[in-house]
Design a protein around this ligand. Structure first.
Ligand SMILES: [Zn+2]
Length: 145
């Protein structure tokens, strides 16, 4: 919607468009116009974001993100703080879980090692037994000759 009660004038320094009251004739403004000349103190500085222009053919040139920057960064700060608190809690939880898991894994690992050790022992005994049999067979063979 075009606000018929206002005219738009562009700042010569920052190229932002500022709305001025329609009873100010744009033709009467100085050749070079700056935000600081704006009577509307919401938009009277180049630091200040451009006022959203509805139904305006200059929209393409606008920095659409500019107008919300302050709000967005506050929200982001808040969200970041929340996330950080959450991350800390999660990290503490993870450390606890990791310790518990490490203890359990340690228990598992030792049980497996014991099992492997006993299997290895059994294997060794079997090999010794087979070796013994083979030796006996050889001896028997010799005796038979
Ligand atoms: Zn300006």
């Amino acid at each position: 919607m075009t606000d018929v009660s206002r005219n738009w004038v562009q700042c010569d320094a920052c190229s932002k468009w500022r709305a001025i009251s329609a009873d100010v004739y744009v033709d009467e403004l100085p050749d070079r116009w700056f935000c600081s000349m704006n009577k509307d103190d919401t938009y009277n500085s180049c630091e200040k974001v451009e006022e959203p222009q509805e139904d305006d053919d200059d929209n393409g040139e606008n920095d659409d993100n500019g107008e919300d920057d302050d709000d967005v960064s506050e929200t982001v700060d808040e969200e970041t703080a929340n996330l950080e608190a959450e991350a800390e809690a999660t990290a503490a939880e993870l450390v606890k879980e990791n310790k518990k898991r490490a203890r359990e894994e340690d228990k598992d690992r030792r049980a497996k090692e014991r099992k492997i050790a006993s299997e290895t022992k059994a294997q060794q005994e079997l090999e010794d037994y087979v070796a013994g049999l083979t030796e006996e067979q050889k001896n028997e063979h010799k005796r038979m000759r």
